[in-house]
Design a binder for this molecule. Sequence first.
Ligand code: PRP
Ligand code: URA
Length: 209
Amino acid sequence: MSNVRVVDHPLVQHKLTLMRDKTVSTKGFRQLMNEIGMLLCYEVTRELPLELVEVETPIAKTMKPTIAGKKLVFAPILRAGVGFLEGMLNLVPSARVAHIGIYRDPNTLKAVEYYFKAPADIADRLVIVMDPMLATANSAVAAIDQLKGRGVKDLRFVCLLAAPEGVAHLTKSHPDVQIWTAAIDERLNDHGYIVPGLGDAGDRMFGTK
Ligand code: PRP
Ligand code: URA
């Protein structure tokens, strides 16, 4: 699993454990998702390329680093991926956003695509795809297929929880895409839910169950 980075920072692990608790309120779950989104953003952007620019301090002119290249794109998979967005935008306020509407059919577990809206020049940018749950990976694979179909070459995937089955599927389908996750759980159950997991992320975040 060399293309998977497990973010084992104590703050991330602590907040993830709080989110797993089925008694956490909708408000608390959403807040924690936001906070973890920020922490994961810090990790996924760790190796962005830098370039030197001239800056004049009150004392002297100097050459110092800034992030090189075009503004990056955050691509949340609707709905649950939106939970990461605010936290990530807090750290990278100038990022562009691509919304990718996909849900998985509860019977077949196949990805159903219903919406796509992205910056016109997305092919020239680094795209960070985000979705808290990587279960079968059907949704992530479909989202990345769509992005690559529009010419995107530089992609990363960020999630909160992954199943080993999902990591294997995404890695096989898109070996060039690095994955960041806070944990890899045990397995999927017969309904395609991550075990022990945290349940349905979208429902818990938006209070729809
Ligand atoms: C959840 C989750 C992922 C997907 C993961 O979305 O947010 O998008 O399931 O499962 P997969 O890896 O097996 O595809 P869901 O389909 O429940 O839609 P929602 O976010 O609109 O609730
Ligand atoms: N989607 C979720 O929200 N949770 C899971 O465990 C699997 C898919």
